[in-house]
Ligand binder design. Structure first.
Ligand code: TRP
Ligand code: SF4
Length: 325
């Protein structure tokens, strides 16, 4: 069976952007592939090192959420990166062969330093972020990596590292992974910018009903539509964008109603909020139950860590043999 691996940094609560960009994809992929889904805590530490007090809590929270949204722990290996020692060992070995120029050319590096100014991530470790990500992928002989567009450069770097390794040591040790892109590259947040924790414009995957309603009602719409009787322009309205993603079957009706001013924005938002209350609500309640079963979740991760360790340490041995270490 072909292998899929993906990871999430446990730096906060997950939101609809994660659902669209990552989690919904995972749920499809688990039907056909051997999937490894990882809590990327070493990666989280790279940006959060000043205050690590919440990472454990978010790891637990995120894993419960994956399961409540449909990740099946019986089919997939759910594991914690920091519990599989091979990741760090390979991180050093691949660092030997990764030219500095490849990393400094990575667009995400400069971009993130600019965006996360207060985190001071102009560090040695953060510079190597894509190398560690390559280790995550390569240790499991991953064929497919579901990623957002922003991560494509990391995957390309990973493929370059593979080719350089094979060229240097003349032994086919790794598999060159392929990206699996999500159909919707970026989900807009409540204010129309990309949905993101740092913009505080998100709807959490465990949001309470009243908050869902309040947040959706606060969404920006067509700015030119000042009065109820003004005709709307759905194509520039974020609420409409949500209909096209989450409620495709109503999309055309909404478009017609909006453009002819038969549909009001408040009613349009209310209907959207109601469907999110159903969608998020059922999963939120399931998650609440899971959060109470601490031992059950811990056992899933323990078992996942054992399975991940078995695969990863075998690959690491192959790497060392190829390098004659
Ligand atoms: N860099 C990814 C992100 O920020 C998280 C991640 C870490 C990852 N290791 C990975 C994703 C390996 C895919 C494969 O979303
Ligand atoms: Fe947007 Fe709906 Fe208002 Fe049209 S009616 S502008 S689609 S919120």
């Amino acid at each position: 069976m072909k292998v899929v691996l993906s990871g999430v940094r446990p730096t906060g609560k997950q939101h609809l952007g994660h659902w669209i960009g990552t989690l919904s994809n995972w749920i499809e992929l688990q039907q056909q592939y051997q999937c490894f889904f990882m809590v990327a805590d070493w990666h989280a530490f790279m940006s959060e090192y000043k205050d690590l007090s919440h990472i454990k809590e978010y790891s637990f929270d995120n894993v419960c959420e994956w399961i409540s949204y449909g990740i099946d722990p019986a089919r997939c290996v759910l594991f914690e990166q920091s519990k599989v020692g091979a990741h760090l060992e390979l991180f050093l070995l691949l660092s030997y062969i990764t030219p500095i120029g490849w990393l400094s050319r990575c667009p995400t590096f400069k971009e993130q330093i600019k965006q996360l100014k207060d985190k001071e991530i102009n560090t040695y470790a953060f510079f190597g972020y894509p190398v560690l990500q390559s280790c995550d992928i390569l240790l499991y002989k991953t064929n497919f990596v579901p990623v957002g567009e922003d991560q494509l450069s990391h995957l390309e770097l990973c493929r370059e590292i593979v080719r350089r390794f094979h060229h240097l040591y003349k032994k086919q040790t790794f598999i060159e992974p392929q990206p699996v892109l999500t159909p919707i590259p970026k989900l807009a947040g409540l204010d129309g910018r990309k949905m993101s924790k740092s913009y505080d414009n998100f709807i959490a995957l465990d949001e309470e009903d009243a908050v869902i309603e309040k947040k959706i009602l606060s969404m920006i719409t067509d700015p030119a539509r000042k009065k109820r009787t003004d005709k709307g322009h759905p194509d520039i309205c974020t609420v409409f964008a949500y209909y096209t993603i989450f409620k495709k079957e109503e999309k055309e009706d909404v478009r017609q109603g909006c453009m002819s001013a038969q549909r009001g924005c408040k009613e349009c938002k209310k209907a959207l909020a109601d469907s999110f209350k159903v969608f998020i609500g059922s999963r939120r309640e399931k998650k609440k139950e899971l959060m109470k079963k601490k031992d059950y979740i811990r056992d899933i991760l323990k078992e996942g860590n054992i399975k991940a360790n078995a695969v990863a340490s075998k690959t690491l041995e192959e790497v060392k043999a190829a390098m004659k270490i």
